[in-house]
Design a protein around this ligand. Structure first.
Ligand code: NAD
Length: 485
């Protein structure tokens, strides 16, 4: 086991920590296959040996049920470790590329190299997954890394600082806890890559700070994820999936959770009734007291959500739920039918257990609504209509799309996960995680044969003719130039 990592909430440790990480990276150890494997195994030990500690921390921060803690966070981190351990040799292998006439005779390859020393700034809603998965990615790619967990989930931040300190190589993997002050101090340092997850206001701060050092960034942001619900569907299955992706994922405090639904006026009441009965089956008659649903992270976010709900404009429009328990920070699954489009709930990212349903005359009118807004992190459609599916995929720009599903597309490592436009830049998951923290270095190999005098002065008409023919792949022209015709 490695020596204990230094963990501090003080900004004063930041420069020395960055310097220490730089020295570890420069020593070359993080680039070796053996070091990467040892760190991935150490991470795997954290998730297996300390599952209980992690579950407790998540429950303390979010009231997260063990089921969700395991399914959405712990098992996902273990799976990312296992996949990296299995695939690492392959990922690290240079990729052969075919070279062209301009460098003939030659060979080429893309050699993945670590960026160097990287910074991961994480958020609070899936505080284990969204912190450790990027760290796993950074380690797999051979970087030294500092993780700054979110201060909004303090128990989880503390448990990660403790466990990473206990299990990981302290010289090359550090956790620096803290809030805005610490993040600001970290951003003053020069990093070789920054990976940030959080809201897009802070995303802009990260991007501006990174620009000072020309540091590349990945921004995993949020937005309002729409769901189109057509009438040509299996309603029971669609509603189960919708509920599970909204309320069954951290009470809607999920970046890819359905933010609002669009359906037709004719189908709306059928959809509301189906949601209502399925919600009762999932969470009982008194959902605010269900332990299966997470609570709101803190009173600031609770107030933010109740403010969305209390807007006068929503009067008479709440068709399901609406109950709020300030003491326990719980809000019942709540559905609002046809809120005004200029209401707060339709203009701000909800990030909580409230679901507006907007009705349209024709389901395709929903496409226009979605495309008139900023590009979301995810967009969804439930339909059996093949043409409607195809048109949705073609017309709607989003970080990712799922058809007849919500949220689970991001659990598949074959699909890169990330935003576009306001919802972010860059992707990760599966092999894309390794690539997110690797520079694909192109390398050209040549020997000392195959000299072509036409590239060197003195320049002559014949040489130019030869080069023009060669560049155009004109064999006859090449022969003519060589023969001096
Ligand atoms: P947050 O408050 O935890 O902030 C995220 C990080 O930014 C924290 O580490 C925090 O310390 C830091 N930070 C906050 N203010 C800062 C400042 N002024 N300067 C520098 N650093 C600062 O999390 P949040 O922003 O409330 O997270 C919710 C948002 O994140 C939502 O918009 C959600 O959609 C998005 N999100 C995106 C993903 C994704 O993978 N794309 C995942 C989860 C959440």
């Amino acid at each position: 086991m490695a020596a204990s990592v230094s963990v501090s909430v003080s900004v004063s440790v930041v420069p020395a920590a960055a310097e220490g990480l730089r020295a570890a990276y420069t020593s070359g150890k993080t680039r070796t296959y053996e070091w990467r494997v040892s760190q991935l195994n150490a991470m795997l030990k954290i998730t297996t040996r300390h599952e209980k500690d992690i579950v407790l921390a998540l429950n303390s921060d979010l009231g997260k049920h063990e089921h969700e803690a395991f399914l959405h966070e712990i098992s996902a981190v273990s799976a990312a470790c296992r996949m990296a351990l299995k695939e690492l040799r392959l990922w690290m292998k240079p990729e052969k590329v075919k070279t062209s006439m301009t460098t003939f005779p030659s060979s080429g390859e893309l050699v993945p190299e670590p960026y160097g020393v990287v910074l991961v700034i994480s958020t609070w809603n899936y505080p284990i997954l969204l912190s450790l998965e990027p760290v796993i990615a950074a380690i797999s790619a051979g970087n030294a890394v500092v993780l700054k967990p979110s201060e909004v989930a303090p128990a989880t931040s503390e448990v990660m600082a403790k466990l990473l300190g206990q299990y990981m190589d302290a010289s090359a993997v550090k956790v620096i806890e803290g809030g805005v002050q610490e993040t600001t101090a970290l951003l003053e340092q020069k990093w070789d890559k920054i990976f940030y997850t959080g809201n897009n206001k802070v995303g802009r701060i990260i991007l501006a700070a990174a620009a000072q050092h020309l540091t590349p960034v990945i921004l995993e942001l949020g937005g309002k994820c729409p769901v189109i619900v057509d009438s040509n569907i299996n309603l029971t299955v669609a509603v189960k999936r919708l509920i599970s992706g909204k309320w069954g994922c951290n009470s809607g405090q999920t970046c890819v959770a359905p933010d609002y639904v669009i359906t037709t006026k004719a189908f709306a009441s059928k959809l509301v009734d189906a949601i209502s009965s399925e919600l009762e089956r999932f969470y009982g008659k008194d959902p605010v007291n269900s332990t299966d649903m997470s609570r709101i992270i803190n009173s600031r976010h609770f107030e933010r959500l109740t403010k969305l709900l209390d807007e006068d404009k929503l009067f008479g429009k709440i068709v399901i739920g609406g109950q709020c328990d300030k003491t326990n920070l719980k809000i019942a699954p709540t559905v609002i039918l046809d809120p005004p489009l200029d209401s707060l709930i339709m203009t701000e990212e909800i990030f909580g257990p409230l679901l507006p349903i907007i009705t349209v005359n024709d389901i395709r009118d929903g496409f226009n609504f979605i495309t008139s807004k900023e590009k979301p992190l995810a967009a969804y459609i439930f339909t059996n209509d093949r043409k409607l599916k195809e048109d949705f995929v073609q017309r709607v720009s989003a970080g990712g799309i799922a058809v007849n599903e919500v949220t689970i597309h991001l659990t598949d490592p074959a699909l890169p996960f990330g935003g576009v436009g306001e919802s972010g830049m860059g992707t990760y998951h599966g092999k894309y995680s390794f690539e997110a923290f690797s520079h694909k270095k192109p390398v050209l190999y040549r020997g000392f044969t195959g000299e072509i005098s036409a590239r060197y002065p003195p320049y002559t008409t014949r040489k130019l003719k030869f080069l023009k023919a060669a560049m155009n792949g004109n064999i006859i022209g090449i022969i003519r130039a060589l023969l001096g015709w």
